[in-house]
Design a protein around this ligand. Structure first.
Ligand code: SAM
Length: 293
């Protein structure tokens, strides 16, 4: 990609962002054929990028972690408002190109690129306070939970995920779509849907709808790591057999249905309830009773 290519092809309203022409140029230059395996659907539309940055309320001077910057569409939107970006990208070619693209489009912007699998990353520079990302769809929930688990500095964020997955993340107890991701997300804070995104703004066009999910982390994490692990094990047990009563669905985790009934009763939860009726605080109460038994 040359500077003149930018000047001639760029939509003037796009400013310092990538438009469809730059995305095409970059992909060609790198020989990138977007893969489903890595959930590569690149954002082509500057308005969507700016909308995400606005919903995330990114401020100048914020440090934002972005998982999967790809060709840099959203990265440039974050940098444009004066944030520092720490970008974690698994694809070598994309990770190598990103600093060059940013240098060309927004010289001097505060970008750090880390070539890594976000599911394995345990350290990040700069204590990022926000997570803003168009997540790879196939691993969106594990990546989100991994980031919240390992980086307590992340207080708030906006992620784009497959619509069905996002609605589950933000679901409340009692609804049909409430499940293990909803409870695990609620462990970390409040999640809400923040608007659908058209398929047409991606290249390639995905065969699923997308949605923005915004979250605010609790001011203090709920409990110790031991209690989190116990709670998550109970959540997995309860939703693996979501139609069954808790005394049955939790019998594998708790060592039998009589043991499950005793723990549930000690926690003040009716053993004949189902997991889909329980809040994260209910699951935490069961975990406490379990560890105390
Ligand atoms: N942010 C870019 C955009 O909006 O155009 C690209 C988003 S694309 C949906 C997902 C990106 O995540 C791709 O660049 C892909 O290579 C990267 N990715 C996939 N799995 C990853 C992982 N485990 N860790 C880090 N990056 C990953």
């Amino acid at each position: 990609m040359t500077e003149s290519a930018h000047k001639s092809d760029k939509d003037p309203s796009a400013g310092a962002l990538l438009g469809p022409a730059e995305i095409r140029d970059l992909a060609e230059l790198l020989g990138v054929n977007p893969t489903k395996k890595l959930g590569q659907n690149f954002l082509l539309d500057g308005n969507t990028v700016r909308r995400i940055v606005k919903v995330a309320a990114v401020q100048p001077g914020d440090t934002v972690v972005e998982v999967g910057p790809g060709l840099g569409s959203l990265t440039l939107g974050l940098l444009e408002v004066g944030a520092a970006v720490v970008a974690v990208e698994i694809d070598d070619r994309l990770a190598e190109q990103l600093p060059l693209t940013v240098q060309l489009m927004q010289p001097g912007a505060a970008l750090t690129v880390i070539r890594a699998d976000a599911l394995k990353i345990a350290e990040l520079p700069g204590d990022p306070s926000r997570l803003v990302a168009n997540l790879p769809y196939n691993v969106s929930v594990p990546v989100l939970l991994h980031m919240l688990e390992h980086f307590a500095s992340i207080r708030t964020g906006v992620v784009m995920v497959q619509a069905e997955v996002g609605e589950r993340l933000a679901a409340a107890p009692g609804s049909k779509i409430y499940g293990s991701p909803s409870v695990k997300a609620a462990w970390y804070g409040q999640f809400r849907t923040a608007g659908k995104v058209s398929r047409q703004v991606f290249w390639p066009v995905p065969n699923v709808d997308s949605i923005l999910i915004a979250f605010e982390r609790r001011s203090a994490d709920l409990e110790s790591e031991e209690l989190r692990l116990a709670t998550f094990a109970l959540v997995d047990g309860a939703f693996q057999q979501r139609r069954k009563m808790l005394r049955q669905s939790l019998s594998t985790v708790l060592g039998g249905s009589a043991e499950a009934s005793a723990v549930l009763t000690a926690a003040g939860i009716d053993p004949t309830e189902r997991g889909e009726q329980l809040t994260v605080h209910d699951f935490l109460a069961i975990a406490r009773a379990w560890l105390a038994s």
